[in-house]
Design a protein around this ligand. Structure first.
Ligand SMILES: [Zn+2]
Length: 114
């Protein structure tokens, strides 16, 4: 049985985050290409990447895990306004950081102004 390439990442950090999450779900992850990434220096875009390789039987579960991870990251990039005190909360918060109100799930998040 040979491993299949599951994903390609432009940064080691991004690859490590996903690999760590998949490993915590009990999957065996092989990270390839990491040694090729120099620690310093300018890298022409597109020439550096890190790949995650999985056993074929893990791919389906890994896709679900990756989708969840992306959903959480997207939620964190959004903000919702507290209906009580009108403070802006990160989209992944369940309670208002300011007044402690439980944020209704039906609130419409908007992109956080950074
Ligand atoms: Zn509030």
């Amino acid at each position: 049985m040979t491993r299949v390439r599951f994903s390609v990442h432009r940064t080691v950090g991004e690859a490590r985050l996903l690999a760590g999450t998949l490993e915590s779900e009990g999957m065996s992850v092989e990270v390839r290409g990491e040694a090729l990434v120099p620690l310093t220096g300018e890298i022409p875009s597109g020439e550096t990447w890190v790949e995650l390789w999985l056993w074929p039987g893990d791919v389906e579960q890994a896709r679900a895990v990756m989708a969840q991870l992306q959903e959480r990251q997207e939620a964190a990039a959004l903000e919702v306004e507290c209906p009580a005190c009108h403070e802006a909360n990160p989209g992944n918060f369940e309670l208002c950081w300011s007044c402690g109100l439980e944020l209704p799930s039906g609130l419409r998040p908007r992109l956080r102004a950074v």
